[in-house]
Design a protein around this ligand. Structure first.
Ligand SMILES: NC(=O)c1ccc[n+]([C@@H]2O[C@H](COP(=O)([O-])OP(=O)(O)OC[C@H]3O[C@@H](n4cnc5c(N)ncnc54)[C@H](O)[C@@H]3O)[C@@H](O)[C@H]2O)c1
Ligand SMILES: [Zn+2]
Length: 663
């Protein structure tokens, strides 16, 4: 039996949802409002070839309610407008429960942006129906609720409907989701109105006429905006006149108006919702004394994370050359990398790269700062790097970070290609879209989100990477494995000694798989949340205390080492909270030992780290969102952590270590 998840307003307690599946076949679901969980569903049969009528459904609902205990509201769902003809609210107005007749328009449902929690769309005169659409914040539903008649008649001529209608609105509104915003949409003219310009003024007048009583309703329900849909608004003068008039009507209420020119009923409604949800377009959104325009556009982001087939600078390997696309290229190189690979790069460049210049930098945290970004820009300018050119970074996370920063602002942003040479670079810094530099004694305080033009990977670079930095990469691998990828964790456990000894060259298949899995898991985490609109990110595991640890150690601790310490503390905290089994810490520490990662450090105390709780809250929109594992491959977020818990966690970690060292 197919079912969408439905979330009625919280005020409704239990809701009975009756949904038409096909002729004569209906399903009923009882939903607990608070968690919107479907607790029961079964099939109703209207009889062979016979469509159930609303009266049938009402009595069925009544008897179900008697069987299942009281329900607070009933929702009828019909697949399309046609099949709902028999279920006009008028027929059910006398029913003792609030009854909503709903068109499950999946197109509308899927278009509602999640940040806009609640909508009411009143669709006027396009067939005489008013439609309401609601979305519960965080819930998976959107129901288009259709009421017959326009609002004015609802409010005046048919008092009993007014009750139904305002109950319904009240239900929608009495359950505000935290941070929810809402809108009311008015769809005015149907096609024939615009075909006849003589009627335009009429429609205009009607629209305003309907708007007036509605504004009162709106105001009392605290809506954020009114969306008005009419083809009339394709004329700017009409649109502005309307907005002015509507603003006048809204008086002190100062309701912002958003005008859309689409008039067909459902796509008009859809457009309304999108408008408030900011779909692409230029929208008028303001009041008479505070006019405003809103520009919304969509950006497609696509970039490749590629792997070479031989070695990146092998003269017969085309991967890097094709990524650089024959464009002018300016390369920023890590000094240590240049010492090892400078000559190979030079011969490859002679054959394959339109190289305009090169800057060799020292990859240290002290250097990873604004002045270095300026130096890169100045040098790129001196070399004549044009707007269509490429800035390429060759090095570890530090080199990628500073070069990415420079590329994101040079000539307001030019193409940026990454070639990571560290394990952290391969699986982390090279994969996402952000970069940062240290500023005012804060890690990565200045930074940007800037998608790369591409990223080319060659794990052979790891052969010369100092072992300590291999360990740092292992820490970032453990990070993603422990909260997102159980299989990766197991691969690490099975091969860690060989991985570390061979610098991830052996065993070849497992080493490749570990790198690819780490990249894939990371990309999968990033893809739906590339710009971090959602600040609850699994990949922040190990990144709450680590910035403070790195800085407090005056960068004696490398990034990966600080991440390792942070993860150990967080996992111990989870064990103390009884949300994670101690074996997880033990397995983790076993990996640390094999990789020679630090397990505990003198800086792991509340004296040093209490401030990082506040820092993190500032960085994560007021919430701590401390990621902890709950088992291998899964995690949870903690919000309230007392500084004393940090000390207890540190003692705990210190206690686990010797036992394992003996093992
Ligand atoms: N932007 C992001 O998404 C992101 C993600 C993770 C880390 N980072 C940042 O990356 C930095 C850490 O980067 P990292 O761990 O990749 O290393 P790194 O850039 O600090 O380099 C580590 C050391 O290895 C040397 N080196 C690099 N590649 C080498 C090679 N192939 N052979 C020999 N020596 C080599 C460098 O000269 C340096 O001394 C931190 O500043 C961290 O904040 C950024
Ligand atoms: Zn990191």
């Amino acid at each position: 039996m197919k079912h969408r998840a439905h979330a009625p307003p919280a005020s409704c307690g239990r809701t009975l949802i009756i949904e038409r599946q096909s002729l004569g076949v209906w399903t009923a679901t009882i939903v607990e409002a608070r968690d919107a969980a479907q607790i029961e569903c079964f099939t109703l049969d209207g009889g062979p070839g016979r469509e159930a009528t609303v009266d049938d459904l009402c009595s069925i609902a009544e008897s179900l309610a008697a069987d299942l205990g009281p329900v607070d509201s009933v929702i009828f769902l019909a697949e399309d407008t046609g099949s709902s003809k028999g279920f006009e609210p008028r027929l059910v107005a006398g029913y003792p429960l609030p009854v909503w007749v709903v068109h499950p328009s999946s197109a509308i449902a899927s278009s509602v942006p999640p940040q806009h929690a609640r909508f009411v769309i009143l669709d006027f005169r396009g067939g005489g129906s008013a439609s309401l659409l609601k979305r519960g914040a965080g819930a998976v539903i959107d129901d288009l609720i259709e009421c017959d008649g326009d609002l004015r008649s609802l409010l005046s001529r048919r008092p009993h409907r007014q009750v139904v209608h305002t109950d319904l609105l009240a239900d929608l509104i009495s359950a505000p989701a935290p941070g929810a915003s809402a809108a009311v949409a008015v769809s005015a003219a149907s096609a024939h109105d615009t075909a006849n310009p003589m009627r335009a003024e009429n429609v205009f007048a009607h629209l305003l006429h309907d708007l007036e009583p509605m504004l009162g309703v709106l105001q009392s329900f605290g809506y954020d905006a009114v969306v008005c849909v009419s083809t009339l608004f394709s004329s700017p003068s009409v649109a502005v006149a309307f907005a002015n008039e509507a603003s006048r009507l809204s008086g002190d209420r100062r309701v912002p108006f958003i005008l859309s020119t689409r008039a067909d009923r459902y796509s008009g409604a859809l457009r309304c919702v999108s408008a408030v949800g900011r779909s692409p377009g230029v929208w008028f959104a303001g009041t008479i004394d505070r006019p405003a325009f809103s520009l919304v556009t969509e950006r497609n982001i696509a970039y490749d994370v590629r792997h070479v087939s031989r070695h990146i600078f092998d003269l017969d390997d085309p991967t890097l050359a094709s990524q650089l696309d024959g464009r002018q290229t300016f390369i920023v190189v890590d000094r240590a990398v240049n010492e090892q690979y400078g000559r190979a790069l030079k011969s490859y460049a002679e054959r394959h790269i339109d190289l305009v210049g090169e800057l060799i930098i020292d990859a240290t945290e002290a250097e990873k700062s604004w002045p270095l970004v300026e130096r890169i820009c100045a040098e790129a300018l001196r070399c004549g790097l044009g707007r269509e050119g490429i800035m390429m970074a060759l090095g570890g996370g530090i080199t990628l970070d500073v070069t990415g920063m420079a590329a994101s602002i040079f000539r307001r942003g030019i193409r940026y290609v990454r070639v990571p040479t560290t394990l952290v670079g391969l699986i982390d810094a090279g994969v996402g879209i952000k970069q940062g530099v240290n500023f005012a004694s804060k890690k990565n305080l200045l930074g940007s989100f800037y998608p790369p033009f591409g990223c080319v990977n060659d794990p052979l670079f790891l052969k010369t990477l100092p072992r300590r930095h291999i360990a740092c990469g292992v820490a970032e691998m453990i990070k993603i494995a422990l909260v997102c990828d159980r299989r990766l964790f197991e691969i690490l456990e099975a091969n860690i000694n060989q991985f570390v000894d061979s610098h991830f060259q052996k065993p070849a298949l497992a080493a490749d798989e570990s790198i690819l899995r780490a990249q894939l898991s990371m990309l999968q985490q990033l893809q739906p949340n590339l710009y971090e609109h959602d600040l609850r990110r699994w990949v922040d595991f190990g990144h709450t205390f680590s910035p403070t640890l790195e800085l407090s150690s005056r960068h004696e601790l490398a990034h990966g080492e600080a991440v390792a310490l942070d993860m150990a503390l967080a996992t111990a905290l989870a064990v103390q909270r009884h949300v994670c089994h101690i074996s997880v810490v033990q397995r983790m520490i076993r990996l640390y030992h094999a990789a020679q990662l630090p397990v505990i450090h003198a800086l792991c105390s509340s004296d040093v780290l209490a401030t990082s709780l506040d820092e993190t809250r500032l960085h994560r929109g007021g919430n701590l969102n401390l990621v902890v594992p709950t088992e291998v491959g899964a995690g949870a977020f903690l919000q309230d952590v007392e500084p004393s818990e940090i000390d207890a966690a540190a003692r705990f970690v210190a206690g686990v270590e010797p036992a394992l060292a003996d093992a």
